[in-house]
Design a protein around this ligand. Structure first.
Ligand code: NAP
Length: 231
């Protein structure tokens, strides 16, 4: 098994759902973890998951719904390891199904703030340090959502995540900071809902593939976690 010993990963939204599964899988591979959720209490289950592994971990809390909240998350990392080698942008919100023209401006803004702008702020905080140290993996979680105007802010925010990922990959080309995006599939979580096709366990190992790439490997690539299901 390829290991990530002595690396530090920040997994946003690692209290539950897909982020919790990612955190546990990284811990299994020896990766030190910065776990994030809106409150430290929310991280209790994930901390219990990773306790068995011989890794260091640090907890940060913060709302991603404002630049100030994201700054608090960044400060929390700086108060812990101080940097990250792997930035796993996983946290996001979905919308309540709504007729497309009835979404308020506030809902559009809130969705883009949490799903895109917080990611942009985190990449700006940690990407330059990765370049200086000559190692970085930025993984942006996207979605295969399509043809659902009733979830247009979520869907459009994920399309923007895709475009941002591709542009950021070019910014970091030739410096071993690999920037990729990954779609977990439709998963039974709080966000995905009970009717989703797949259990959360199915996202591993696929979600980890962009974190495990060899140095100077693929960047700007899209991965579908379900392609690796059961491997
Ligand atoms: N589930 C699916 O079917 C599916 C499909 C395609 C893509 N995805 C993507 O996969 C990722 C994870 O989704 P999931 O299904 O695991 O979601 P989830 O179960 O709803 O978990 C969301 C996570 O994000 C955190 N979070 C939510 N709002 C936040 C905010 N305002 N500030 C800070 N943290 C916040 C939550 O922290 P708290 O526990 O503290 O609230 C939680 O850890 C998302 O990017 C999602 O778009 C999911």
């Amino acid at each position: 098994m390829k290991t990530l010993n002595n690396k530090w990963a920040l997994v946003t939204g690692s209290s539950r759902g897909i982020g919790r599964a990612i955190a546990k899988a990284l811990a299994e591979r020896g990766c030190n973890l910065v776990l994030h959720a809106r409150s430290l209490e929310n991280l209790a289950a994930t901390v219990a998951d990773i306790k068995a592994y011989n890794i260091q971990y640090h907890l940060v809390s913060g709302e991603l719904d404002s630049p100030e909240g994201v700054a608090a998350v960044i400060d929390g990392v700086k108060a812990g390891p101080g940097y990250v080698d792997i930035l796993f942008n996983n946290a996001a919100i979905n919308n309540v199904s709504t007729p497309v023209f009835e979404f308020t401006q506030a809902e559009w803004m809130r969705t883009f703030q949490i799903n895109l702008f917080s990611m942009v702020q985190l990449c700006a905080a940690f990407g330059p340090g990765m370049r200086e140290r000559g190692f970085g993996r930025i993984i942006n979680t996207t979605s295969g959502i399509a043809g659902q105007p009733d979830l247009a802010p979520y869907s459009a925010s994920k399309a923007a995540v895709d475009k941002y990922t591709q542009d950021l990959a070019v910014e970091f080309k030739d410096c071993n900071v690999l920037v990729n995006h990954v779609d977990p599939g439709w998963i039974r979580t709080d966000l995905g809902g009970p009717n989703a096709w797949e259990d959360v366990d199915s996202v591993i190992p696929g979600m980890l593939v962009p974190a495990l790439l060899d140095d100077n490997g693929p960047t700007g690539r899209f991965y579908a976690a379900q392609d690796f299901k059961g491997l």
